[in-house]
Design a protein around this ligand. Structure first.
Ligand code: FMN
Length: 214
């Protein structure tokens, strides 16, 4: 089956433009501003980004995760440390992130190093999650083969029984990663594919900014 019109469907971007003078000296502040715009635009999962890691064979592997914190220390998300992404990062902690907000015609790419957040930070975030998600974190062996959905349902029930009405502690294999960025690219769609692109690179603890060809 072919998707009709996929080769001819085209959008000419024209919502905005990005000038050197628009950019904050701090790429984290610039990202925070764009995340705020995405939230104000009521984009569903405005804090979702594609996280790329490298597997054993050197294949890049991407999946969507949710940004849960963003400050000058870095960008934080939470996951199962035993998952594919967790194991990939354990071996090689260079990662690439991609945010795309279609309705704003904007994309941000970030390169950096992932490191585990402190246990106290993971505990605090885990405690803020809904109880069902806390139980799910115990029940799911994320990225492992599951023979049948009923096996997961039984694991959820068993964990639910185990914790009854008490607090659900954080599983030791579940927590946050913080990405310490070393490069950012901010992209704003423009007409005729002549987009605006600016790259921030970290040199001697200073961010320098350059415009790129579209
Ligand atoms: C919108 C969205 C948000 C997601 N957020 C997370 C997240 O914050 N953490 C997480 O571990 N998985 C999240 N997932 C699931 C991942 O994309 C992925 O399926 C899962 O983490 C297993 O990936 P892995 O096998 O590559 O480790 C999200 C998926 C979507 C579509």
């Amino acid at each position: 089956m072919k998707i009709n019109d996929i080769s001819t469907d085209r959008i000419d971007y024209g919502l905005g433009r990005l000038e050197r003078d628009d950019l904050n000296a701090s790429p984290i502040a610039q990202l925070t501003l764009w995340l705020t715009h995405a939230r104000q635009a009521e984009i569903k999962d405005y804090n979702a980004f594609a996280l790329s890691t490298m597997d054993y064979d050197g294949f890049p592997s991407s999946r969507i995760v949710l940004l849960r914190d963003c400050d000058e220390q870095g960008l934080t998300f939470f996951t199962n440390y035993n998952s594919e992404k967790g194991q990939n990062i354990e071996r090689k902690n260079k990662v690439c992130l991609n945010f795309f907000w279609s309705t704003l015609e904007r994309q941000v790419r970030i390169w950096g190093w992932a490191e585990k957040v402190t246990e106290a930070e993971s505990d605090a975030y885990f405690a803020s999650r809904p109880r069902e998600s806390q139980i799910g974190a115990w029940a799911s062996q994320q990225s492992e083969v599951l023979s049948d959905r009923s096996v997961l349902d039984q694991a959820v029930q068993a964990c639910s029984d185990r914790f009854q009405n008490g607090d659900v502690p954080r599983p030791p294999h579940w927590g946050g990663f913080r990405i310490r960025p070393q490069k950012f690219e901010f992209w704003q769609g423009r007409s005729s594919r002549l987009h605006d692109r600016f790259v921030y690179t970290l040199q001697d603890a200073q961010w320098s900014i350059q415009r790129l060809n579209p």
